[in-house]
Design a protein around this ligand. Structure first.
Ligand code: FAD
Length: 415
């Protein structure tokens, strides 16, 4: 495809790199420019709270592509450069080095940033967040120099860091405002499984607790004071209270933004020449009939390529079932689907929950499977996705019964 139109991608991480790869794979041979604030080549973040943090993966393994790939693919990769503005009328992006770049089509994969705590002591030495490879290296160093750490926030990242620290023999207190970790993601039934797992590994779970102050002396952290006045001791504090999408650029350019950059099922924003995908995009999901923003790896892997195809004029309707995974201690799991925190009627379990080999299904009032999780049982997630995608009531007794094949429940004329 001979083309002089310039395609620009702002945000050079997994999502941006996958979009660039797709443009070339689809035969686009015009100029492609990637702009990235970080100085590292685009890389994958999941290892940063798992193998890389635990010292079980080397740095080279986290990069999406080797350095040569960008030159070989004729991608103009500008790392260490931030896009500072979009002039929509002139079709130009201004950059932190004072230059600007013109676009025919622009893709925003600007991702997200960790939320900060604002309590007294938030600026002490060894109060850390986890988003970048540098953050992961700082946390790794802090874990190895500590006998106890505190983790504020019992979400996925907080719990993965907790597991890594426990495996390194470091004591951990997790401070979580809800009654259970992951309560707002998984609901009570499955959140309890994660609470039990961490307690079994000796974690001091402070639930229904608020971090009121990060204490320290001589500029160094000494612990966290909780809302009830109690104190947990810590040599380092990891703040993992969620993320916010990096929408500033889109907002300043006057694009529609509401919990992310609003895009349609083609991943196109309110400006027809600007697309968004990955963590930053709030995309209309045809299967769910509403906009959702997905903060997970598989979405950053698959959605930007779909946006790239749409930018090339192909018919695209991004409707993949949201998917994510985690590894904590001996528990590995995959989850597919989408459930509002209180948007299900029952969780149906299949298998051995205490033995951590089971499936869990979030079922609606009318018997539809909204989401499913496989814990230490592999090669079933495609079948779970088929059940979610079918959007038809299933027989709960059959769902619970390991002798009934899942595919028979998703198939037409099911039992
Ligand atoms: C520690 C960690 C562990 C994770 N583990 C899992 C997991 O186990 N399972 C799972 O499903 N998901 C996991 N995730 C989530 C997953 O990594 C993200 O969903 C994914 O990284 C999103 O990719 P993205 O390309 O959309 O955005 P990001 O990865 O956030 O990348 C956006 C990039 O854009 C850059 N940028 C932003 N603004 C500008 C600008 N104006 N100019 C230039 N560049 C800009 C940023 O610096 C960044 O490099 C994890 C995330 C983290 C941080």
């Amino acid at each position: 495809m001979a083309n002089d139109a310039s395609y620009v991608i702002v945000g050079a991480s997994l999502g941006g790199a996958k979009a660039a790869e797709t443009l070339r794979a689809e035969g686009f041979d015009g100029p492609v420019t990637m702009i990235g604030s970080e100085t590292e080549l685009p890389y994958e973040r999941p290892p940063l709270s798992k193998e890389y943090l635990r010292g079980k993966a080397d740095r080279e393994s986290i990069f999406t592509h080797p350095q040569d790939w960008y030159a070989d693919s004729n991608i103009d990769l500008r790392m260490g450069t931030t896009a500072t503005g979009i002039d929509r009328a002139a079709h130009q992006v201004t950059l932190s080095d004072g230059s600007s770049v013109s676009y025919a089509k622009l893709l925003l994969t600007t991702g997200s940033s960790p939320k900060q705590v604002s309590v007294p002591g938030h600026d002490l030495d060894r109060v850390l967040h986890l988003r970048t490879v540098g953050d992961s290296e700082r946390i790794k160093a802090a874990i190895s120099a500590s006998s106890r750490i505190a983790v504020i926030g019992g979400g996925w990242i907080g719990l993965e860091v907790t597991a890594a620290a426990r495996e390194a023999g470091v004591g951990v207190s997790v401070v979580e405002t809800e009654e259970l970790p992951l309560l707002n993601v998984l609901g009570r039934e499955v959140a309890q499984v994660f609470a039990d797992l961490h307690r079994k590994h000796g974690v001091d779970l402070r639930l229904g607790a608020r971090a009121a102050e990060i204490t320290g002396s001589g500029g160094r952290v000494s612990g966290v004071r909780l809302g009830d006045g109690s104190h947990v001791e810590a040599d380092a504090v990891i703040v993992a209270i969620g993320i916010t999408p990096n929408v500033e650029l889109a907002e300043a350019a006057g694009l529609d933004v509401a919990n992310g950059i609003t895009v349609d099922a083609q991943l196109r924003s309110s400006d027809p020449d600007i697309y968004a995908a990955g963590d930053v995009a709030s995309a209309f999901h045809p299967l769910l009939g509403k906009h959702i923003r997905v903060e997970h790896w598989a979405n950053a892997l698959n959605q930007p390529p779909a946006a790239a195809r749409a930018m090339l004029g192909q018919a695209v309707s991004y409707d993949r079932v949201p998917y994510f995974f985690t590894d904590q201690y001996e528990l590995g799991m995959e989850y597919s689907g989408y459930v509002d925190p209180r948007g299900y009627s029952e969780v149906v379990f299949r298998g051995d929950v205490p033995g951590l080999e089971f499936l869990a299904f979030w079922v609606a009032d009318d018997g539809r499977v909204l989401a499913g999780m496989n814990v230490n049982i592999w090669d079933v997630n495609d079948k779970i996705q088929a059940l979610v995608r079918a959007r038809e009531p299933v027989d709960k007794a059959a769902l619970r019964d390991p002798s009934v094949p899942l595919e028979s429940l998703a198939a037409p004329g099911k039992t």
